[in-house]
Write a protein that binds this ligand. Structure first.
Ligand SMILES: C[S@@+](CC[C@H](N)C(=O)[O-])C[C@H]1O[C@@H](n2cnc3c(N)ncnc32)[C@H](O)[C@@H]1O
Length: 305
């Protein structure tokens, strides 16, 4: 799944993701995901980072942290988030997740929901997450599970060529991957993460059922089953709480930026930051730190998920 050179990035630039994807018909999934996050996100903390935060759909689940940082490649999505959540205790960062503009150990919690399936080079992204998490920090992640009941049935009935039991990720649509739970666990453990909790989510993601049963009731039934993820995972979505190695240590006192081009510490200047080491300027535009580097702009692709 790793591309040559810089991994490709999916383009949510001016997408109508909020309206088209979450506008209608996904209340059940949204509610079920919130139940899972309530169980996995620490009840208090200093600084949390959401990677691929989009328009900030899930902010209410972790806004109790003293400081919240939303990172997304799309500044349009972040502008939308900022309109909803404002600036008090929030920072908005437009950047590529393969080159996060933060010093090591900047966060005591990191979250990624509905984003890993867009990572062409997930091992590289995991390395970045492990770098920016403080020792003993919590990483809450969701991934799209290739070994789900629907995929198994389709494979058995010969309606799908790829094997859901093969541990390798499958690119089922350009820049959309499904992962095998074992592959994901190995990836986390190779970076020293301890898996503390695993929940299965979206047990009832079937259109006829969603039409028949009110979303609230279906999500409550889902919540009642999520614990079974500890023993087996056959749902399309799996949530994990993993802990970084080391004894819990508070993150850096204030958020320290790092130049995503050369790794040096940029210095503040009017309207943004300048890296004296490599000369790149990162403006603060409409309250959003613009860290997108020109070399990262490799082949965008519109998403349908
Ligand atoms: C499916 S959306 C999920 C948004 C949010 N997590 C949610 O659940 O509502 C995926 C997000 O990942 C962002 N994204 C994709 N590739 C990225 C990259 N290389 N760096 C940063 N963000 C990226 C997209 O811009 C998009 O907002």
């Amino acid at each position: 799944m790793e591309g040559k050179g810089e991994p490709r990035i999916i383009d949510y630039g001016e997408s109508t993701y909020k309206r088209d994807f979450w506008g209608e018909g996904r209340e059940y999934e949204d509610r079920a995901e919130r139940f899972a996050l309530q169980r996995l996100i620490p009840p208090q903390g200093a600084r949390v980072l959401e990677i691929g935060a989009g328009f900030g759909r899930l902010v209410s689940q972790y806004r109790h942290f003293r400081e919240v940082v939303l990172l997304d490649y799309s500044d349009d999505q972040l502008r939308d988030a900022r309109r909803t959540w404002g600036d008090d205790g929030f920072q908005y960062v437009a950047a590529n997740w393969y080159h996060m503009p933060f010093a090591d150990a900047s966060f005591d919690a990191v979250l990624s929901v509905r984003v890993l399936h867009h990572a062409e080079d997930l091992p590289a992204l995991m390395d970045e997450i492990a770098r920016v998490l403080a020792p003993g920090g919590i990483y809450v992640l969701e991934f799209a599970n290739k070994r789900n009941l629907k995929a198994i049935a389709r494979y058995v009935l010969r309606r799908q060529a790829w094997n859901p039991f093969d541990p390798q990720p499958v690119e089922y649509h350009p820049l959309h991957w499904d992962f095998h739970p074992r592959w994901m666990h190995d990836l986390l453990r190779a970076r020293g993460f301890a898996i503390e909790r695993r929940l299965t989510v979206s047990h009832f993601r079937a259109e006829p059922l969603k039409r028949l049963v009110p979303a609230r009731a279906l999500a409550r039934a889902d919540a009642a089953l999520q614990w079974t993820g500890r023993y087996f995972q056959l749902t399309p979505s799996v949530f994990i709480r993993a802990r970084a190695p080391g004894s819990p240590t508070p993150p850096t006192e204030r958020l320290v930026f790092r130049c995503p081009t050369c790794g040096a510490a940029p210095t503040p200047e009017a309207g943004g930051l300048r890296c004296d080491a490599c000369g790149v300027v990162y403006p603060l535009r409409d309250g959003i730190w613009m860290f997108k580097s020109p070399q990262a702009l490799v082949g965008g692709e519109r998403s349908h998920a």
